[in-house]
Design a protein around this ligand. Structure first.
Ligand code: FE2
Ligand code: FE2
Length: 196
């Protein structure tokens, strides 16, 4: 379900999720193609994708959810408490899982085909974990936010989410540049880079 709203904060969260979903999907597609073809590609594209998946949530997306969205909802209702707690734990856990995934990619790069299956399995598991995280936010948290937050809450949230330069959240433009690089490196049909 894709949420649309008159509130920029909701649209930014949904847009961030869509881009992350596209990167995760692209990563899985490339990994599955490697698994099927046995071809060893230039791993730069996977490295760039993992860098994006790591940096974007940690620097741009999660801080805004943790600092602004979740507290605003908690102030108005207890109905989302359990889900918010779970999401906060997942923000921390997700960071750890991406590091493990980067480590598995390093091993694949150094050890070759013998380390591929472990990396591929971890990537599938991570993508499943993160997609479930985004679904919980889209299907449970954002609908509750739309129900309970008042105009003043939205003014503050919209301002926080549209602020481009936030010392805690980094710069969205850097991430857009990285995303373009991924598209240029990724083999078709994921991107417009060289064939595998
Ligand atoms: Fe989140
Ligand atoms: Fe999110």
């Amino acid at each position: 379900m894709r949420l649309r709203s008159s509130h920029p904060a909701i649209n930014i969260i949904q847009h961030d999720h869509d881009v992350l979903d596209a990167v995760l999907q692209g990563m899985l597609q490339i990994i599955r193609t490697i698994g099927e073809s046995g071809k060893a590609p230039d791993l730069k594209v996977l490295r760039a994708m993992l860098f994006y998946i790591h940096e974007y949530p940690e620097r741009v997306h999660h801080p805004k959810e943790d600092r602004f969205l979740f507290p605003a909802i908690r102030k108005r209702t207890k109905a989302a408490d359990e889900a918010i707690l779970e999401l906060e734990v997942q923000h921390t856990l997700g960071d750890r899982l991406v590091l493990d995934l980067e480590h598995a990619l390093n091993r694949y790069e150094l050890e070759g085909a013998a380390a591929f299956d472990a990396f591929a399995l971890m990537a599938e598991q991570y993508a499943g974990f993160y997609k479930a995280h985004m679904r919980l936010e889209e299907q449970t948290i954002l609908p509750i936010a739309m129900e309970v937050l008042n105009e003043n809450d939205w003014r503050q949230l919209d301002a926080a989410f549209t602020e481009e330069k936030n010392p805690l959240s980094g710069d969205r433009a850097d991430m857009q540049q990285l995303f373009s690089m991924i598209v240029n490196l990724a083999p078709p049909p994921v991107g417009v880079g060289p064939e595998l």
